[in-house]
Write a protein that binds this ligand. Sequence first.
Ligand code: AMP
Length: 463
Amino acid sequence: MALKEACGLLGIFSSSFDKTIAKTVYYGLFALQHRGQESAGIAVSDTNSIRHHKGLGLVSEVFDEDELEKLCGKIAIGHVRYSTTGSNVFSNAQPLVIRYHSGELAVAHNGNLVNALEIRERLEKNGLMFHTTTDSEVIAALIARSQTNLIDSIFSCVKQIHGAYSLLLMSKDQLIAVRDPHGFRPLCLGSYNGSYVVASESAAFNTIGATFIRDLKPGEILLIDDSGLKSYELPKSKRSLCVFEFVYFARPDSTIDGVSVYLARYRAGAILAEQHPAEADLVVAVPDSGSVAAIGFSDQSKIPLGMGLIKNRYIGRTFIEPSERMRNLGVRLKLSPLKELIDGKRVVLVDDSIVRGTTMGQIVKMLRDCGAKEIHVRISSPPITHSCYFGIDTSTKRELIASRFDAESIRQFIGADSLGYLNLEGLIEATGLTEKELCLACFNGDYPVMTPMEGKKYLFEKR
Ligand code: AMP
């Protein structure tokens, strides 16, 4: 079963039949491409039936003009998907479109359920068959089994599922957005030309010319139909917005729960400079993940910022490559050092995170080969010591270098002259939110929801 999914969602409820609705979703998904590069899909309802198209690959690879022109209608949802190796198969692409007692239903999901396997096994024992290995099919199955109206079915479904889920559901005449009671993943509402749009990140609104209205509240079910908006509330839980959205995952031009991702990263860099100053001539960012923090570091430390690493614009995220060998090659395909700038300098090298440690070691070596005199690595988040079960692919605990080694050993491993991580207090301060409002589990192991503890039994949910 696919256990890790960090995806992007975009849905539109148009004020009238819209011939170009799929195109608008397409552009919106384009803006969310960083949230998932493995598959993309769009489902459209013309109020009579739902049609969809999806496939493996980038948004631009999955759709062509003809395909988009065929998808006209009044409501649409789209999805981009990022999963772990092995589960990148066509059947797992979303939106999932099912036919059940009340008609057709399209489902798109961002996040990760921690009890999907359990529910699925229970349903399978009752004779249900599954066609995919995604959590999203479990959600669709639970909704389809419930014999009530869609909203009540959703209520009954979400009572049974645990974990992270931002959802878009579409029937032939309704668009429903759901954010889990912890609010792990972002989801926000906007409008354009009298139409409503819901997206994983507000940056998608800029792209399609929509205006941001508000974030969905944790535990909110938002129903959009011809009579307008109706909001329902799920029972409250501890708020646990994923802090890694601010560290790495979201776009800097998005605002999540009132916090600008750019400013959070900038402040993280500035606080990092206070916590771990360095005697150096140049601040260099690992683009793009460290770019904003490097600006904050440079402004705070008054050490000039230089573009010492040039990124190949046409390369995706290195994590897409499944094997170690391909990942190693990936770094050099992606980044190239600027010898003219680096040679003879004491460099502060800023990135947002060290996960396995492979990338940083290679970058440090590249800079040394270009004549860097000293390399002081600064990381704008704390050491990642625990796996994420809520939708960020930070790999298994064993693979996380900081779960097994202390900062000094990591410094030696990556070959840096010094290494400084932003501490957890600094990161929380950078977001402007409080510890109670964030999921910090990848940094401190404090999981807000029971997790499948890597082969061990399920723990029970903390309240
Ligand atoms: P590593 O070689 O595993 O230490 O990779 C670290 C790099 O991966 C940093 O540049 C991070 O910005 C980036 N990164 C962090 N988390 C993720 C993720 N979930 N998916 C892809 N890349 C990531």
